[in-house]
Write a protein that binds this ligand. Structure first.
Ligand code: HXC
Length: 510
């Protein structure tokens, strides 16, 4: 064989490997409205930046005549490339090969890129589309999952880990995505469940479709498992690119600064009209956030789940920030179990990756009721407090209207360790609303006396001055100065050094 023949032979082998499970299987994938693993990776990464590793790897299973059915790459495509010029690692299950099922061999491939990503400090993105553990391999496949989960946990808080679900994700396979930082799903195309519809029917006699059991809409609005949903694969992958743009590559790096056309001294004049005179009338906190942040752009996370709290990323003066805000337009912005979980995990993520936290507070309190108490609002609500106190990133808090009771305390109050606490002049900071307070303090008084007492309590507490007198509020500001004051606060805390006492790890309520 000449050298030319050898090179040609390689080119042919390479082509065969890139066909995955073959033309028929690829056609089936297309008929299902799905892209192939390599097409997905190409869409996700900057053009011509993907470098594939382990393309020729083969499984060594002999059960069920498997030794005669070996496909180069064994159903996972893995490697590294770039997003906006920055290094990322990626692996994609190839559904055209044994339904993208996980073998011991392709688990080794995945673990190899996971270790590379961790060692070299760059985000890892998993594109899931898999029938789960390769049935022919038994415990070998299960051990593969264990090792992947093991790496997920070791990488947590060191590099960003992102999962996209672009087809089935069933059984224990759901736990790798669940151990990562963000899960993306595709509308009407992806589903996740620990036990599928058939098992559910046998055990509980419930009849559900895959979509009803674990489709994108269920996980983005009810279970809180998914953080983002795209209308199709392309949109989903573009959302991953966008998320990456806010994040540092690892926990030792600062989040990426960008230039902005917005000025740091822009007045936020729209806020005055946004907040209603009557403090019981709702307004949309997202409009306030958009008014404040660079170029009015807010990248919301978990937009359909626990809408009473809003979380997401934005930039201020080009610096990425994490935003946590009560939403008066949904359940009056009350904190409940789901809102607590949603906010707490986001706060912890931002702290892992040095992203300053900006908290907008307009909260009437924790949601009362048997349902909340019996399901553990105490345990869940405590997570927000734990997350804020533990966070050593710059923390800036602005009370835009109500800040009552325990909810005032947990929403990044001064005493919980915030660096800068601001409030609008219309803020109400108290243990509870005037009517509730009077109902307790003046239980046996007549109507006239109670009216008088409500007025007195309101005068005393329906303002930010008591808190400002004690230094719990550092500055009372006008809404038009919101952007200026928050950017000043970020500059003031830019070189913050803070750390928690040395410990193995804390014991956050779960
Ligand atoms: C081996 C598998 C497979 C698997 C699918 N295939 N899943 N091969 N192991 N787990 C193969 C099919 O035999 C078929 O091969 C090809 O992939 C495409 O599958 P289809 O069934 O034709 O596709 P579709 O109709 O789209 O259905 C997809 C599916 C279904 C819903 C995922 O394949 C399915 O139910 N698979 C089994 C799911 C499952 O129970 N997995 C184990 C979960 S337990 P041919 O040759 O016909 O093209 C688990 C434990 C993990 O994962 C624990 C971790 C802690």
């Amino acid at each position: 064989m000449t050298l030319k023949d050898i090179f040609q032979e390689f080119v042919e082998k390479d082509k065969t490997a890139e066909l995955g499970g073959g033309e028929k299987a690829v056609e089936k994938q297309k008929r299902a409205g799905k892209q192939t693993a390599r097409e997905r990776i190409d869409m996700l990464l900057d053009d011509n930046t993907f470098a594939e590793i382990d393309k020729f790897i083969l499984h060594d299973s002999h059960n069920y005549n498997m030794q005669n059915k070996r496909v180069p790459g064994d159903g996972v495509v893995s490697g590294y490339g770039k997003i906006e010029g920055r290094l990322v690692y990626v692996y994609a299950y190839d559904f055209t090969v044994y339904g993208g099922s996980l073998s011991r061999t392709n688990a080794n491939k995945i673990v190899k890129v996971q270790k590379l990503a961790l060692k070299n400090g760059a985000p890892i993105i998993a594109l899931n589309d898999s029938g789960g553990a390769r049935i022919q391999e038994g415990v070998m496949a299960l051990s593969g999952y264990s090792e992947i989960f093991n790496q997920n946990v070791k990488s947590s808080g060191v590099i960003p880990q992102i999962s996209a679900i672009l087809g089935p994700c069933a059984g224990g396979a759901c736990y790798s995505p669940a151990l990562t930082d963000y899960i993306f799903m595709v509308k009407d195309e992806s589903y996740m469940f620990v036990t599928g519809p058939d098992v559910v029917k046998t055990v509980t006699h419930e009849e559900l479709t895959k979509e009803e059991l674990g489709g994108a809409s269920v996980h983005s609005s009810k279970s809180g498992v998914a953080h983002f949903v795209g209308n199709d694969e392309e949109e989903t992958l573009m959302m991953i690119r966008e998320l990456i743009s806010f994040l540092p590559s690892n926990n030792m790096e600062d989040p990426p600064l960008t230039t902005t056309r917005d000025t740091n001294t822009r007045k936020t004049t729209g806020i005055e009209e946004l907040i209603p005179e009557d403090s019981n009338i709702p307004y949309d906190i997202k409009q306030l956030i958009e008014e404040v942040v660079d170029e009015n752009y807010f990248f919301e996370v978990m937009s359909q789940f626990a809408k009473n709290v809003v979380i997401g990323f934005a930039r201020m003066g080009g610096q990425p920030v994490g935003i946590v805000a009560n939403q008066p337009a949904y359940l009056a912005g009350v904190l409940d179990i789901d809102a607590s979980d949603k906010a707490a995990r986001f706060i912890r993520f931002c702290d892992c990756f040095d992203i300053p936290l900006i908290t907008f507070v307009d909260v009437p309190g924790f949601l009362p009721g048997r349902d909340q108490e019996h399901n553990g609002i105490i345990r869940h609500g405590a997570k927000i407090m734990y997350a804020y106190v533990e966070a050593t990133v710059p923390k800036i808090t602005l009370i835009t209207r109500k800040a009552y009771g325990g909810a005032y305390v947990v929403m990044s109050s001064k005493e919980s360790g915030a660096d800068l606490n601001l409030a609008y002049p219309n803020s109400e900071i108290a243990v509870m609303g005037a009517e509730g307070a009077v109902n307790i303090l003046y239980r046996s008084s007549n109507e006239e006396e109670r009216k008088e007492a409500i007025k007195e309590y309101s005068n005393l507490f329906s303002n930010p001055y008591r808190a400002a007198e004690k230094g719990y509020i550092d500055e009372i500001i006008l809404p038009a100065d919101t952007r200026i004051k928050i950017i000043q606060g970020l500059e003031m805390t830019a070189n913050k050094t803070a750390s928690n006492p040395p410990k193995k790890h804390g014991n956050s309520p779960l």
